[in-house]
Design a protein around this ligand. Structure first.
Ligand code: GSH
Length: 213
């Protein structure tokens, strides 16, 4: 039995897609961000970083979304959302998951929370503009990968695609949205019809209309 500590459209979203996809036995626990519950003593016992998400598997809390992502996939290998040990695609799975979390997600965090990265308010517009360029570079790399691939790893859906969909959704507000990239637009439009994405976005009240082409 899994317990996912989540908040709508936060870094828990990709994991919510995965739990839905593998028909896991899971419970959702809403973390009240408005009242800073993620900084409460009880929550910090589960996740000392005070971030969302946390997954509790039986008694074991796990934090960091890529770690949780791999754990969910490996708990349900029959769904093949991660290539098996020995499959040449497995290192590529780790490569893309790391790129999504350590590069694209990290750059988005700076973009949306620029005040955490300067003590001088007047720097904020420069930080945002620099981040838009860096996010654009990451999206271009992904767009090229999708030039001849239906999914990030090739012809088959993996957990990386759910992770990317979450980050693309966060990026919709940028001046150059992911829907402005030729291959990404087709890919995201297709993913927006994925049954787990539809069900979870419906539940978390996330509008999928921007992904229509
Ligand atoms: N590296 C972490 C980052 C998680 C993260 O930054 N979550 C955001 C929500 S999207 C959060 O908890 N923000 C609250 C805060 O930074 O205080 C992960 O991928 O799990």
């Amino acid at each position: 039995m899994f317990k996912l500590y989540y908040y709508p459209n936060n870094a828990s979203l990709a994991l919510h897609f995965l739990l839905h996809h593998v028909k896991a036995d899971y419970e959702l626990v809403l973390v009240e961000r408005e009242s800073n519950t993620h900084k409460s003593a009880d929550y910090l016992k589960l996740n000392p970083a005070g971030r969302i998400p946390t997954l509790v598997d039986d008694e074991q809390p796990i934090f960091e979304s890529p770690a949780i992502c791999i754990h969910i996939c490996e708990s349900h290998p029959e769904y093949e959302l991660i290539p098996a040990i020995g499959d040449p695609k497995r290192p590529l799975f780790f490569q893309w998951l790391a790129f999504l979390n350590n590069t694209l997600q990290a750059e988005l965090m700076v973009r949306y929370y620029p005040h955490r990265h300067t003590n001088d308010e007047s720097n904020i517009p420069n930080i945002i503009s620099a981040q838009d360029d860096r996010i654009g570079e990451a999206l271009s790399i992904i767009d090229s990968q999708l030039d001849s691939n239906d999914f990030l790893l090739g012809e088959k859906l993996s957990a990386c695609d759910y992770f990317l969909f979450m980050l693309a959704e966060w990026s919709l507000l940028l001046e150059k949205s992911p829907m402005d990239y030729t291959n990404l637009a087709v890919y995201l439009n297709r993913l927006s019809g994925n049954p787990s994405i539809k069900a979870v976005c419906d539940f978390e009240e996330i509008d999928l209309r921007p992904f229509k082409i």
